[in-house]
Design a protein around this ligand. Structure first.
Ligand code: UD1
Length: 427
């Protein structure tokens, strides 16, 4: 319903606080379903995906209250083990409730997420992993029906390292009888943080932060308070915004250790970075050098920063290539950035960006969360006025984006878009 209006060519300077990680919060919230109790999660970003998870958990009987960035969760009265299509279609990560529900109630009925704007996104690894723990899975009428009369430990190797599947299987395994060993498990910081949260609740997990996780099931878990880690994708977006506008920006509440690949690529492009454990300073003068990236699982370059990097490289002195190995079809932002005057060609899973381009403001439309961010970045350096519509995608994952950018000196405002119906595609 809303659109963003950006008057470009403003250099960003100043300080911005990074919010809590969206992908961290929406993994920790369903983990609270594992036990009956209360917990307060701190540093929770106030954004749409968190509200979606809140609504889903509330429908199951939980009480959730988000106040500023503190989320109080009470799971004592949860009496439903169903995640309906209405929620899962809005946010694929709703599928995270499957593991915890099976572990707590021995059953669950969760809608299949289906595809998304980046092409098919299967959940086979979630299901195969749960089957290894003795969960009986039946998929019919678009729903996964799961039943675990005897949840027990097992060994499972993820053919592909999957963030969601690792989280889901791990959340079930913490209450399974016996030992579970997961190999080629995801080591993304949000998964590592989830594992630590589970341990704080009483789970026994070894190998946290490595791709082999060993879990010794326990009978009981107890809800505890925890803080969400800083959002590395949001942080990367602001670092790129600063570099792109040849600005000087300090990020606070950031964790630079989660951003090593992005930071090293920014340095390669000519940005100067000064790094402290909780603070990152970036300064850029002149146009960036062209720098190729290939997305990979953590600690590689995140696919969630691919779109923003493409926008950045439109300003580079020369040609660069961006290859997405995680989501080979995730290039919906490219035709829109080209509408602003960029010269980007797609061949398979690789974008070739011929820079530098003098971008001109235009009306553009976002197709997914990070694509929206890339369009905003392009608008920041475009001459004149850029209008980014369908920003409900952006609202899923960026807290106070325009307020934060305005504070840094951007000319950006939100307006109601009377022509756009509100629909959401899960990603
Ligand atoms: C999570 C992130 C998303 C990020 C992605 C990759 C959340 C809520 N979302 O998504 O922002 O872009 O990691 O870092 O944390 N796959 C299968 N079968 C499965 C599961 C995944 O083949 O059962 C494939 C996917 O198609 C993809 C790859 O595995 O090619 C990685 O996907 P995955 O890590 O599962 O992504 P999500 O957890 O959905």
């Amino acid at each position: 319903m809303d659109k963003l209006i950006i008057e470009g060519k403003r250099r960003l300077t100043g300080r911005v606080k990074v919010s809590g990680a969206k992908n961290g919060a929406i993994a920790m919230m369903p983990a609270c379903l594992l036990a009956a109790g209360t917990a307060t999660l701190h540093n929770v970003p106030n954004l749409r995906d968190v509200w979606t998870m809140t609504r889903l958990m509330t429908e199951m009987g939980a009480f959730c209250e988000l106040n500023e960035n503190e989320l109080f969760v009470d799971t004592r009265n949860v009496d439903s083990w169903e995640a309906p299509y209405e929620h899962v279609k809005q946010m694929r990560a709703s599928f995270y409730v499957l593991g915890p529900l099976v572990a707590r109630f021995g059953k669950a009925k969760v809608s299949l997420p289906g595809g998304c704007a980046w092409g098919p996104r299967p959940v086979d690894l979630h299901l195969k992993g749960l089957e290894k723990l003795g969960v009986e899975i039946d998929v019919k009428n678009g729903y996964v029906h799961a039943e675990a009369k005897n949840l027990r430990g097992g060994k499972f190797h993820f053919d592909i390292s999957s963030v969601g599947a690792t989280g889901n299987v791990m959340m079930a395994a913490v209450k399974a009888r016996g030992t579970t060993q997961l190999t080629n498990a995801a080591i993304e910081p949000e998964i590592t943080a989830l594992a630590r949260f589970l341990c704080k609740m009483g789970a026994k997990i070894d190998g946290i932060g490595t791709s082999t996780i060993t879990i010794e099931g326990v009978d009981e878990l107890k809800l505890v308070d925890e803080s969400v880690i800083p959002d590395r994708i949001e942080a990367a977006t602001y670092l790129i915004a600063a570099a792109m506008t040849q600005g000087s920006v300090e990020l606070t509440n950031a964790n630079p250790y989660h951003l090593t690949s992005v930071i090293s690529k920014l340095e390669e492009s000519g940005a100067k970075l000064d790094i402290n454990p909780e603070r990152i300073l970036i300064e850029m003068s002149g146009r960036p050098q062209p720098v190729n990236i290939t997305t990979a699982v953590y600690p590689g370059f995140p696919t969630d920063v691919q779109a923003q990097w493409i926008a950045y490289m439109t300003q580079a002195e020369g040609s660069s290539r961006v290859k997405d190995n995680i989501y080979t079809d995730r290039f919906k932002h490219v035709p829109e950035i080209n509408r602003l005057g960029a010269n980007i060609e797609i061949d398979g899973n690789t974008a070739t960006i011929s820079g530098p381009s003098e971008l001109d403001g235009a009306q553009v439309m976002s197709a997914d969360l990070r694509a929206s961010a890339a369009l905003v970045l392009a608008g920041l350096v475009a001459e004149g006025r850029t209008e980014v519509s369908r920003i409900y995608h952006l609202d899923r994952g960026y807290e106070d984006l325009e307020a934060k950018l305005r504070k840094l000196g951007a000319d950006i405002a939100r307006k109601q878009d009377k022509h756009e119906p509100e629909t959401a595609i899960a990603s």
